[in-house]
Design a protein around this ligand. Structure first.
Ligand SMILES: Nc1nc2c(ncn2[C@@H]2O[C@H](COP(=O)(O)OP(=O)(O)O)[C@@H](O)[C@H]2O)c(=O)[nH]1
Ligand SMILES: [Mg+2]
Length: 440
């Protein structure tokens, strides 16, 4: 998600090394680059202007120019501003209150039907995780596209949720029938799919309004194709004035999405972005967390997302230790835990995008292999160290390094490489902790 934007931002701020001063000139230069990066990401001009102006004011307001304060503060200001622009610092994410009827709106091809299947699966898994059984039903009033309803039926089967096909053929009558059926069957969550067109048109909006009135959903969600960029604004505004909705769900964020849609939508509509879809599979749906998104864009990695993905795959106790250490201090033991967690997560190239700094650069499969070999070495090295050495690596002197290298069957250079890598990650962990992004 936002990979291109993210690599731009990483290069802007990597120039501000720790301890360097911010000058008026370097600030303007950096903000100019921020502007370019956002323009290229298809963020609307007025959004960029207000974004950079607010940052400038804050830097001046906080008297950062020529101060001895480290340039990290500038990074923090930009980061925090980005969080605000993307939706605020709430870390809990959005949660629905059930029982509920949820209706999706959006243009044809934006991903409504696919998304409905994803939401259904997510609700089902959430209930199962709490040992509850939830009656989840999906239904559609899309009578315009042939096979649109069949598509939903297939998704419902995959997700393992109920599906209902109304015999009515008028969308409004079908909507009323569906709602009544759901009530009769004591459905907890009714997910209603609607038709879209390739362009906003009055007939579509008029019909949606009638369906809205007939069904009176608790939640209306606008599904926005993340690939369409600024154009999404007109779509969002048209749906908002005619039918209304409470928040948006961005799809296709796995594609080479430039990020503009998130900024544009938030700025113009002031409504939350609730979820981001990142693929065609049913599992490819995540809560949209402005804070994490901002960290990703700024190249600070998204360890929290990595933890979340890992949650299903690794033992809780490993993970707890890891997130605890992220919020306190970072030792080689944690580094080792991170590595074994990464091993259990899958190929390196698929997960490195969540890692901060240099490790977060795009990794080709070949580079991935090299890194994986390196990691095996690192593991061997660490198992040759004493627990105390893993806690305080600075204890290692030349002769200990040699002994450890021998024990692990590697060279002393490998030991130094490991320590350098570790320092790098530790610095990021420390920076992120300072910025209070973890442990919340
Ligand atoms: N890559 C990717 N494709 C998606 C995503 N969501 C939906 N699609 C694809 O977009 C196309 C249109 O999706 P569909 O759900 O039929 O859109 P609808 O017309 O709004 O119901 C399908 O080919 C989906 O597989 C996503 O998050 N990522
Ligand atoms: Mg559809």
């Amino acid at each position: 998600m936002f990979d291109r934007l993210s690599s731009k931002f990483s290069s802007i701020f990597s120039r501000f090394s720790s301890g360097s001063r911010i000058t008026e000139q370097s600030l303007d230069e950096a903000l100019g680059k921020v502007r370019d990066a956002l323009l290229e990401a298809d963020v609307p001009f007025e959004v960029i202007e207000s974004f950079t102006q607010e940052i400038r004011q804050e830097v001046i307001g906080q008297k950062l120019i020529n101060s001895m304060k480290p340039a990290e503060l500038l990074v923090k200001i930009v980061h925090d501003k980005m969080v605000t622009f993307l939706g605020g610092a709430s870390t809990s994410g959005f949660s629905f209150q059930f029982p509920a009827t949820i209706m999706v709106l959006g243009l044809q091809g934006s991903g409504k039907t696919t998304t409905l299947g994803k939401l259904a699966l997510m609700f089902k898994e959430q209930a199962e995780a709490r040992g509850k059984k939830r009656h989840i039903m999906v239904a559609s009033v899309d009578y315009y596209r042939p096979a649109a309803i069949d598509q939903l039926e297939i998704l419902a089967k995959k997700a393992g949720v109920l599906f209902y096909r109304s015999q009515e053929t008028d969308p409004v009558a079908a909507a009323i029938d569906i709602k009544a059926y759901a009530k009769k069957e004591l459905v907890d969550v009714l997910l209603l799919d609607t038709a879209g067109r390739l362009h906003i048109d009055e007939t579509l909006l008029g019909e949606l309004k009638k369906i809205d009135t007939a069904v009176n959903p608790n939640y209306k969600i606008l599904v926005l194709d993340g690939m369409i960029g600024q154009e999404s604004l007109a779509v969002a505004k048209a749906f908002d004035t005619s039918v209304g909705f409470m928040g948006a769900l961005l799809t296709k964020m796995d594609s080479d999405t430039r990020g503009g849609v998130a900024f544009a939508f938030r700025y113009a509509l002031k409504k939350p972005i609730l979820f981001a879809a990142t693929g065609e599979k049913l599992e490819d749906l995540q809560p949209f967390r402005p804070e994490r998104m901002a960290s990703r864009i700024m190249g600070m990695g998204d360890l929290q997302t990595l933890f979340e993905q890992a949650e299903k795959k690794i033992k809780l106790q490993d993970q707890e230790r890891l997130s605890r250490s992220m919020s306190k201090g970072f030792t080689l033991d944690d580094f080792a835990a991170t590595m074994s967690m990464m091993n259990s997560l899958g190929s390196l190239s698929s997960i490195t995008k969540y890692l901060p700094g240099n490790l977060g650069l795009k990794v080709t499969p070949e580079q991935g292999e090299v890194l994986e070999k390196e990691m095996k070495k690192f593991k061997a090295i660490m198992s040759s160290m004493t627990p105390k050495e893993r806690m305080i690596p600075s204890l290692l002197d030349g002769s200990r390094k040699k002994r450890i290298a021998q024990g692990a069957g590697v060279t002393p250079t490998d030991v130094n490489t490991l320590l350098a890598r570790f320092e790098q990650i530790k610095q990021y962990a420390t920076l992120m902790r300072k910025m209070g992004k973890h442990g919340s």
